[in-house]
Ligand binder design. Structure first.
Ligand code: SAH
Length: 253
């Protein structure tokens, strides 16, 4: 079984596929200024099994296009949406985030929790800007350094995994130079990593390994997660996800 199939199998039954939680999604919705608006059109990009999609559908008067390149995740999202009574507000779209088949200037907001790194933060915010209406909102969470200096071990790991990891000020600068005004920022707390993401994943390891006869590739998937969890636990003061809210600015004249 190839690695992507293994990753799907490890993450398919999870409530979420990255750090986060209902409270931060609701906080971002408040900061977005969209709460009193009607008939919104929003894309949730890299939605996974729909953790943020369901909150958006419940909190906002919106039609939501839930995008992921893994149809397995979208199938789970659809049944969760039905159970939550919001299926009529959500349309799934199996597409890659770097080639979204969405009409330019058609979206009131683009949401993306823990996913934009797959195409790189700057590349993502630049490409997605085209899809937003004038004044449209971007809401993304992204791996962020919490301090100016970090332990070398932590820095080396994340530099290797995601070279664009940076401080909040560096991410704000990326937003500004790509035609956005930052309008809100906060960081995810430890519960978003440990209680909502890593602990449930750890509980899935034994069954996951058993399902795959403890194959070498399955063990490698678990080992990579164990390493990441250990690093987070020891260095949580230095790294988290930042949640960035930004408004598309007018094109310069
Ligand atoms: N937003 C969800 C999932 C985060 S994990 C949550 O917070 O729980 C990142 C998600 O991005 C996964 O669901 C993965 O399938 C998706 N993804 C990764 N690369 C992608 C790409 N190129 N295009 C679309 N989705 C992608």
């Amino acid at each position: 079984m190839d690695d992507i199939k293994l990753l799907i199998d490890l993450h398919l039954s999870a409530d979420r596929q990255g750090p986060g939680g209902e409270a931060p999604t609701r906080r971002a919705i408040e900061l977005s200024g969209l709460l009193n608006r009607r008939s919104l059109k929003i894309a949730d990009v890299g939605c996974g099994t729909g953790a943020s999609t369901l909150v958006l559908a419940q909190a906002l008067d919106a039609h939501i296009v839930a995008v992921d390149f893994l149809p397995e995740f979208l199938d789970v999202l659809k049944s969760r949406a039905s159970r939550a009574g919001v299926a009529d507000r959500i349309e799934t779209l199996n597409a890659s985030m770097d080639a979204l088949p969405i009409e330019p200037s058609s979206l009131d907001a683009i949401w993306s929790e823990g996913a934009i790194y797959n195409m790189g933060f700057e590349n993502g915010v630049r490409q997605w800007r085209e899809l937003l209406k004038p004044g449209g909102i971007l809401a993304v969470s992204e791996l962020t350094w919490l301090t100016d200096q970090r332990p070398a071990e932590l820095e080396a790991h994340w530099q290797e995994q995601y070279a664009e990891v940076g401080t909040a000020s560096s991410k704000m600068a990326v937003l500004e130079r790509n035609g956005y005004t930052p309008i809100g920022y906060f960081t995810l707390d430890e519960a978003c990593w440990l209680d909502a993401y890593y602990r449930p994943m750890q509980q899935r390891f034994p069954d996951f390994l058993a399902r795959h006869g403890s194959s070498a590739p399955a063990q490698a998937v678990v080992a990579a997660e164990v390493l990441e969890i250990d690093l987070y636990e020891r260095h949580r003061a230095f790294v988290s996800y930042g949640y960035y809210l930004a408004r598309k600015t007018d094109d310069p004249v």
